[in-house]
Design a protein around this ligand. Structure first.
Ligand code: SAM
Length: 218
């Protein structure tokens, strides 16, 4: 079934969906498994948790998280992406009753207030302009339960020469000012402005991706 994409000013990746599972390991310098494992450890899913993944792509990380959830206890993960083709691939390859995928824009979530225990996002925020970064963080805050966890892994201030090279070359090669905002380091302040506690930096990957953890205050 064809799933329509959701209008957004974010850079959606409909065109890349058929080959995204081959491309992503390259972006992660062939260390995708290691990267996803540390994201999983940061998220620390509990069997009964309800979890939301923003900009889920083809749903590889959602499927990994899904293995740690117990549907009989109400555990579930929902991946959203504004690219209909990404959601088609995710549903076909990885959809289960407790690992669901919906076409939706992260800046306008169709979920009730306080409906998730955790929100996670990997490599999504450098795809949206500043105002949508802000709105999607406000939406993440709204749909999280008090005390809920937000885990973000994304491009941030480069920490190595290789990281700086990858960041600046991608910003100019893809003509993507949204990357420029990330590498100037806007994300932590935007999380705080959305109401989250000051984020902790848990890890850095490849000199260009930072893993942040924060929570919605009780
Ligand atoms: C680089 S991919 C990351 C996919 C996956 N999370 C990962 O780590 O591989 C960024 C995703 O964000 C999606 N996207 C862009 N703008 C969006 C928006 N406003 N709302 C939701 N998803 C969006 C794109 O379609 C794309 O699938």
């Amino acid at each position: 079934m064809t799933i329509p994409s959701i209008p957004t000013r974010g850079r959606t990746l409909d065109y890349a969906a058929p080959i995204y599972d081959l491309l992503e390991p390259l972006c992660l310098l062939n260390k995708q498994a290691e990267y996803e494992l540390s994201l999983l450890q940061a998220l620390n899913p509990q069997p009964a948790d309800t979890i939301l993944d923003l900009g889920c792509g083809t749903g590889v990380f959602c499927a990994l998280v899904g293995q740690h959830l117990d549907p009989e206890l109400g555990g579930s993960i929902t991946g959203i992406d504004a690219a209909g083709k990404m959601i088609e691939h995710a549903r076909n390859k990885r959809g289960t009753p407790h690992c669901r995928f919906e076409a939706m824009a992260a800046e306008q979530l169709d979920f009730a207030d306080r409906s998730f225990d955790s929100v996670v996002s990997s490599l999504f925020y450098h795809h949206v302009p500043l105002d949508l970064k802000t709105r999607s963080l406000q939406e993440a805050f709204r749909v999280l339960k008090p005390g809920g966890k937000l885990i973000i892994a994304d491009m941030h201030k480069p920490t190595t020469l290789l990281g700086a090279l990858i960041s600046h070359v991608s910003r100019w090669f893809f003509m993507q000012p949204q990357i420029g905002e990330n590498i100037r380091g806007v994300l932590p302040e935007l999380m705080i402005q959305a109401g989250f506690l000051p984020p902790q930096t848990l890890a850095q990957y490849f000199g260009y991706i930072t893993l942040f953890s924060t929570t919605k205050p009780l």
